[in-house]
Design a protein around this ligand. Structure first.
Ligand code: FE
Length: 218
């Protein structure tokens, strides 16, 4: 925690861009508190890491997975999600405290969507939780725009040439989430079971939803 702050983009000079990370002084104070608490033995560093991991891999992405599974099983909800995404997501009680708007982009057999924030790491927190470290890396942010197919291949996602890849650049005001394709062989599967097939990466677009029986790790 507190080691991968990459929100100093002095080369950008986009001062009007409201970055999603806390200001540098807040990050410093958090780091100071963490150090103090750990040194005094009040908390274990591993316990803090476990909390961060929980938000990165469990709490956040599970919210998004519920949204996706509902869209797969309820055509009216899917339509609301695509047309009025901020409100449709709020139906679950996942409210955006920062007030930015959501846009949901739908994968189809012809189009694969992938999300990035080229400036920093704007990310749909209410549905996906904390961004993974690679999402904030300058390599991902710069390369996915220029050579999306190559980057996706490195994630193990090999797309046929006739599939169009669309890259969406998030900002503080507008954040994207991918609605992945429903895996084949899931006809009749209940909504609850479907959520376990929806991975975090499938909602960023660097992955696809798992097939039934496939282990879901990210
Ligand atoms: Fe950003």
């Amino acid at each position: 925690m507190g080691t991968e702050h990459d929100h100093h983009h002095d080369h950008h000079s986009h001062d009007d861009h409201d970055h999603s990370e806390p200001p540098a002084d807040v990050a410093l104070r958090v780091k100071a508190l963490e150090t103090l608490l750990t040194r005094r033995g009040y908390v274990a560093a591993e316990a803090l890491d476990a909390v961060v991991d929980m938000f990165e891999t469990k709490v956040g992405p599970r919210n998004g997975a519920r949204v996706v599974a509902r869209a797969w099983t309820d055509p009216a909800y899917r339509q609301r999600l695509l047309e009025t995404p901020t409100a449709a997501i709020a139906e679950f009680g996942f409210i955006n405290r920062q007030g930015e708007h959501m846009r949901v982009v739908e994968n189809t057999p012809q189009v694969h969507n992938v999300v990035v924030c080229t400036l920093c790491s704007c990310y749909p927190w209410p549905v996906l939780g904390l961004p993974p470290v690679w999402y904030k890396s300058s390599a991902y942010r710069s390369r996915v725009v220029i050579e999306p197919r190559a980057v996706l291949a490195e994630f193990g996602l090999l797309l046929p040439n006739d599939v169009e890849v669309r890259v969406w650049d998030s900002t503080a005001e507008l954040r994207y989430m991918v609605l992945p394709e429903r895996p084949i062989g899931t006809e009749g599967m209940p909504e609850d079971a479907l959520t376990s097939l929806v991975t975090r990466d499938s909602m960023i677009g660097t992955g696809v939803a798992h097939a039934p029986g496939q282990a879901s790790t990210r």
